[in-house]
Design a protein around this ligand. Structure first.
Ligand code: ME8
Length: 575
């Protein structure tokens, strides 16, 4: 894709806003990481991106746990919101904003939206009797309650029968509109298995949904009051969903809502995002999100994570892994091995080490330091020449020379007619990368980046530059061949590093520093723009390519090999 064809539609990606009753864990970090990788990749392909995360503060469980900690709800929310901010800074997330639902900018707008829905008759007063799940703060239908034996389908805790006078949103009015949105994927629910579940539940018919809670005597003063009625608060879920719009509902940012919106979350809260929120938006005259993506869950060493088992992988454990293997290794593992599809994923030390060694130490890191080291060793760290990126017959004289060198040491190549069209291969890899990004298939996206590294590895095995280097005096063309081979490897790895950057920004920036490549406008800024879109940056022999005479410093290996027998990192106890 040429730069003039870069998608001009602004891209807006959100994570759930997280409850601040407790500290962040792997699940919160995971969804936000996925959003970060997608946001960075979209910036790389040249789009105008807005990436939002934040905290959901007005929940009953926040005021309850605050009390247990002898804090006011606001004090407790602030303590935990800071923990989330610190954790996300530690994970090197490039979010453009962090919203707290206790901020005026949110509460004012959320109240206005409810007022609008009241004025239009989309919210009305009524009686409600139903099965309430206090752990999730939601009412369940009779059918769902019965299916789960009147226990919470998420936490297994008993449901409560509650009767309330409430304000209701007329969700039932939007049944056929929603069906139409899903029929032609105007709203795309991903992955496909999740879409089928939503459609199955939608078929059972939609009911009105409560949007308020009656304030009872002794309730803490926590939450936003219904605009029309002081004796009710806006139900925390309804208020929380509004954050996606409140944060960008102003002149500078409204283009993001009008652009392409992707909401990310885990499967537990898909219904709110795929059904209730789009219907509310439609009622308000706003465009619905383009994509609602619900991933599965992380489990820990084969077991579901739970408070009672005390096996939550919290940020401190991720920090211990980062300390030992590097933060980018943690980001890589979570992104490529996580529950992005329909199946849960296991965070296990043995698997971590296996992936770390296979993908990072032995593949990406090894390839990058090998090429850097050869340039350092054979050409004193100065890139010797450029090369047009085509190694084949009959024109691939450089490659022929390399093959002669191999023959002269008695190890002829397996297939002397093989060709290596770097530019062609890279064009295909970047196209695949782009397509996978559009589908939010981040695993395949990163695999197309790795395919370039594998291609370089194959080329090195095939052309054996280290053998060639020993024949510099005996074969006339050998110096030229060696120069072309090393240039091609370095240039291909530069392009691979760009594609890998969204998952491993620190390590790839480290490489660019060692190799003197300028790809970012501001290296110290996690949401820095690139100097050009990927379509230009990934061009062989272009303005941004490695140049003849450019210096490549031999750096430390990006990833040291790990010993699988070493004990797993343990979290430092925190206050
Ligand atoms: O539900 N594996 O907040 P929350 C993967 N405030 N992801 C997980 C996970 C796991 N084991 N556990 C949690 C709320 N998550 C509401 C959201 S949005 C308008 C309001 C992630 O703190 C996943 O993204 O319970 C899940 O959807 C979210 O944390 C739930 O966070």
């Amino acid at each position: 894709m040429g730069s003039d064809q870069t998608n001009q539609t602004p891209y807006y990606i959100t994570t759930p806003i997280y409850y601040v009753n407790d500290r962040p864990h792997i699940g919160h970090c995971y969804t936000t990481l996925i959003a970060d990788v997608a946001a960075r990749a979209q910036r790389l392909v040249g789009r105008d991106v807005f990436f939002l995360t934040g905290t959901d503060e007005h929940a009953e469980k926040v005021s309850k746990t605050a009390l247990e900690h002898d804090k006011t709800p606001m004090e407790w929310a602030t303590i935990n919101a800071e923990r989330f901010k610190d954790a996300f800074a530690f994970m090197n997330f490039s979010n453009d904003d962090f919203v707290r639902t206790t901020e005026d900018r949110h509460t004012t707008k959320a109240t206005q939206y409810i007022q609008q829905l009241l004025d239009q008759g989309d919210i009305e007063l009524g009686d409600y009797e139903g099965w309430y799940d206090p752990s999730q703060e939601e009412y369940l239908t009779e059918m769902v309650a019965k299916e789960s034996n009147y226990n919470s389908p998420v936490t297994g805790k008993p449901l409560e029968k509650r009767v309330e006078q409430n304000y209701f949103f007329r969700l039932d009015k939007y049944q056929s509109w929603l069906e139409d949105q899903f029929a032609d994927d105007t709203i795309t629910i991903l992955p496909g298995a999740r879409k089928n579940e939503v459609l199955g539940r939608l078929k059972q018919g939609l009911m009105k949904v409560p949007v308020s809670r009656q304030i009872k005597e002794g309730d803490p003063d926590w939450g936003i009051k219904m605009p029309c009625d002081d004796s009710h608060r806006i139900y925390v879920w309804i208020e929380a969903l509004c954050n996606y719009l409140t944060t960008v509902d102003n002149d500078q940012r409204t283009k993001y809502w009008e652009g392409e919106v992707t909401h990310l979350m885990a499967k537990d809260i898909l219904w709110f995002h795929a059904i209730i929120w789009p219907a509310m938006l439609h009622a308000m005259g706003k465009q619905p999100p383009k994509t609602v993506y619900a991933h599965a869950y992380w489990i820990a060493e084969g077991t579901k994570m739970s408070k009672s088992l005390g096996n939550f992988i919290e940020i401190d454990l991720l920090a211990a892994y980062a300390d030992k293997y590097s933060l980018d290794a943690v980001r890589w593992f979570l992104t490529t091995q996580g529950p992005l599809g329909a199946n849960d994923a296991d965070f296990a030390h043995a698997r971590f080490v296996e992936v770390y060694n296979a993908d990072l130490a032995n593949s990406i890191g090894n390839s990058m330091s090998r090429v850097g080291n050869m340039v350092a060793k054979y050409f004193e760290g100065t890139v010797p020449a450029t090369c047009n990126g085509e190694f084949g017959f009959p024109d691939g004289s450089s490659l022929q020379t390399a093959l002669k060198a191999l023959e002269s040491v008695g190890k002829p190549a397996d297939d002397p007619n093989r060709t290596f069209h770097f530019q062609e291969f890279i064009t295909k890899a970047t196209t695949d990368y782009h397509d996978a990004l559009e589908r939010m298939d981040l695993e395949s996206m990163l695999d197309s980046a790795r395919s370039i590294v594998r291609f370089v590895d194959e080329f090195i095995s095939y052309s054996a530059p280290f053998t060639l280097a020993k024949q510099l005096d005996t074969l006339d063309d050998a110096p030229h061949a060696l120069r072309s081979i090393l240039y091609s490897c370095a240039e291909a790895l530069r392009i691979a590093s760009l594609l890998l950057y969204p998952a491993m920004p620190q390590k790839m920036t480290e490489l660019w520093n060692a190799w003197n490549c300028e790809h970012l406008t501001d290296q110290s800024n996690p949401n820095s723009a690139f100097v050009a879109p990927l379509s230009e940056l990934a061009q062989w022999n272009s303005t941004h390519s490695i140049k003849q005479g450019q210096s490549i410093t031999k750096g430390d290996p990006l990833f040291m090999r790990a010993d699988a027998n070493e004990p797993a990192p343990v979290a430092e106890p925190t206050a």
